[in-house]
Design a protein around this ligand. Structure first.
Ligand SMILES: [Zn+2]
Length: 402
């Protein structure tokens, strides 16, 4: 019955994703039967709803009951965050990339976005439940496979002209040296990345873009032979996934094409994906990914901060609010991204380590899956942007793996 779908989902989410407690399903269902219920769990509507925070002694997200009175219903609060309910709201304020503004979402508003709230609330319901085993994964978005090599003549000349106009003479020198094969391309950092993951015994996954080149998509065309060879080679050393292009969120029909292009190159099914610029629409992007055969989605995380965008730090099945059904598309939330630390939060390397460690601690405490999102270009420590960051990721990976 549709009125039960959300309640059944959230109870299963708690017992089978947040905890490893399938035997507690009936207990949790029964113990919650007589509790006050927020309306969100008894409807199939996805209308915007009002909420309020009660912050003391522990944070509680109050949601309206059938009469509109704001109440504390932990199951409803977990459902609201984990389902990404706010992200379906078309009147939500948007940034220049047409993405929902993160600071306007409910947990950043209350400065609670660095807490895994769904796990905290679930623990109040089942204090002695078994947690899953903590694991960490290093994920690399290969937005620009090379800084200088393997570009079309037009793009190579365009880059050179831009450097000359901007009087970036170091860039001109480096570009020329790389193109003359006298220096290594600074974004060709793949073997360092593979070694780093292997030294820390952490799983490694690289996401490759294979859509058309555009203002926001700097990858070579998928027919580029050197790019094909790179993907093929990496696929023998690490897990790979698709990095759907910037405009797939507006044109979800392009997703299938890009999956096929990557499958043709790596000669294996592609079932993992993260959106470039973390740009997606709910439900259309996830529906298109799912329909095209993607089984694991990795876009749910903050770009402007670190933390827990849906209050979750374990993989869990996506609930499609538009059909009011649980799906078998598995969401893998991520918690820490390189550009969030450097670009948005403007942290120095030492502060980036300190602040990230608290997120790692939280993930460990809940038996979560910690996803680090980095870029191959962020290992270019001689460039101006990542100077001094050499030890940040190694320190964090070592901390996570101990
Ligand atoms: Zn990207």
């Amino acid at each position: 019955m549709t009125e039960q779908a959300r309640l059944d989902y959230v109870i299963k989410l708690i017992c089978c994703s947040i905890f490893d407690e399938v035997d507690s399903l009936d207990f949790l269902k029964k113990s919650q039967n007589s509790c006050e219920r927020a309306k969100i769990l008894e409807t199939d509507s996805l209308e915007p709803i009002k909420f309020e925070w009660a912050l003391s002694p522990t944070p509680r997200l109050l949601l309206p009951d059938a009469q509109g009175k704001l109440i504390w219903d932990p199951l409803a609060a977990i459902f609201f965050l984990a389902s990404g309910y706010e992200l379906y709201n078309h009147s939500i304020s948007r940034d220049k990339h047409n993405r929902p503004i993160e600071a306007d979402l409910c947990t950043p508003q209350a400065n609670l976005h660095r807490r895994a709230l769904c796990h905290e609330w679930a623990q109040e319901l089942l204090p002695n439940a078994r947690k899953p085993t903590f694991r960490a994964e290093l994920q690399i978005d290969v937005d620009m496979p090379w800084a200088y090599r393997h570009k079309t003549i037009t793009r190579a000349l365009g880059g050179l002209t831009r450097d000359l106009i901007n009087r970036e003479f170091n860039e001109v020198k480096q570009r020329t040296q790389v193109l003359l094969r006298r220096a290594h391309d600074p974004f060709d950092t793949y073997q360092d990345i593979i070694r780093l993951a292997s030294d820390n015994e952490i799983n490694l996954r690289l996401f490759f873009p294979v859509g058309n080149t555009s203002f926001f998509d700097k990858n070579p065309q998928p027919k580029n032979k050197a790019y094909q060879a790179l993907i093929k080679q990496i696929a023998t050393q690490a897990d790979i996934g698709l990095h759907p292009s910037y405009d797939t969120s507006a044109k979800p029909s392009m997703i299938q094409e890009q999956i096929s292009a990557l499958e043709n190159i790596c000669e294996r099914p592609v079932i993992h994906s993260r959106q470039h610029f973390l740009k997606f629409e709910l439900p259309s992007t996830f529906q298109a990914l799912h329909a095209a055969g993607i089984e694991h989605e990795y876009s749910l995380g903050y770009s402007t901060d670190i933390g827990f965008k849906t209050g979750m730090c374990v993989p869990y099945p996506w609930f499609d609010l538009s059909t009011n059904q649980e799906t078998d598309l598995l969401i893998h939330p991520f918690q820490i991204m390189d550009v969030s630390l450097n670009d948005y939060l403007k942290l120095d390397p030492q502060a980036a380590i300190v602040e990230s460690k608290t997120i790692i601690d939280t993930c460990k405490q809940h038996g979560g899956e910690l996803c680090f999102v980095w870029h191959n270009s962020s290992f270019h420590f001689d460039g101006p942007y990542w100077k001094g960051w050499n030890q940040v990721l190694p320190t964090l990976l070592e901390y996570a793996s101990n």
